[in-house]
Design a protein around this ligand. Sequence first.
Ligand code: SF4
Length: 436
Amino acid sequence: MIQNQERYIIICYSTSEMLKADGLLRSMEIKTELVPTPSEFGEICSTSIAISGEDRDFALKLLIEHPLGYKEIHRYQSRKMEGLIRSLKTNRITALFREIIGKIEQGKTPTKGEITYLLKTENQGEIEAIFNAADRMRKEIVGDVVEIRGAIEFSNYCRKSCNYCGIRKGCEETQRYRMSQEEILAEVHKLHAMGLKTVILQSGEDDYYTAEMLVKIIKRIKIETGMKITLSIGELSREQYQTLREAGANHFLLKIETTNREIFNFIHPDDDFDHRVQCQKWLRELGYVNGSGNMIGLPGQRPEDIAEDILYFKEMGIHMIGIGPFIPAKGTPFETCARGSVDMTLRAVAVTRLICKNVFLPATTALASIDPDGQSKALKAGANTIMLISTPMKYRSNYQIYSNKNMIDLASAFKAVEDAGRKLPKYLNIIPEEAV
Ligand code: SF4
């Protein structure tokens, strides 16, 4: 990883121009990383290119010689968030809380113990202050517009048996389906017609879809719609990730679920923690905009573990962070476990916004599945993205990673945005009345 003290940040006018500039630098063997654009640079392009100080001059020369939408280059400095302390009602908070908020104000990262304190405090004045600070940081850094993305769950076959998952290999109740290339493209075109800019292709770990087949689908999406593509298809080899990246995939969502190794092993009988982290590093090296996330309320999980997850997202430069409550799924070994709490999930969203700053934080479907107002509450707690379920009707009820999943559609997304007092993106070709 490129060290912070010698890091420079290259900012472009748009994501597609940024990706072209990144490709140019990589082709000239400059080591790059895609990272959330530091918050002080506002809403230009949410992803920027990080390079080391020793490559700065050469990179700049290349970018000037090849006009690819390069805007500016800056030495990386931690963002300060002035006024956070001033806004606190000091008669209602402890000295420790004030100190932690002071660190965030100064652009420093609190320690694991301090983040745990934010997740655990029962002082109402402090809880209010956490949500207010997260909402303010969200407003200043990513603005009021809620990013809308469409997710197509194209296969519910999976070779793995994660203990919490309703589509795990051994789950006999699940009716399996696979979508053809034509079916996938038909759904992508519907999203494109709505004006959406990003499609998420999600599935279990299904070997039926070879890299070659996925490349064909990715290339067709690029040629026919130009949409950005997020893949969420699990662990692959480095070569496979590279092939898909070169075909045009932009983002990859690979959730760690928990950074507590013991819990990770307990919930993932087929997986190895170090290998999951390695996959995430490969994705970063290959120039994907890197996504991860966790579940709140897993059996045995403590606030300390969630604090460690948040530090992991920060250290790995994770750009999209899906935080949802654990919800037990029928027919799985965890069927009778207690589900995660809405309150702790919202607290984790707020604290993640304060620590990771300029990231995409979805108001997750899982949260909406256990609280009808879950998405608007998450939007008020620092979230800025909603993912629509865009799987065809005949298949979607069979993609139940957890039970009683809420099928987020445009109408419910619009309602959550309105309830939270936020704005819809200008790129949508559909108005709220048409979505009902
Ligand atoms: S969580 Fe993902 S990898 Fe695990 S069983 Fe479910 S679909 Fe498969």
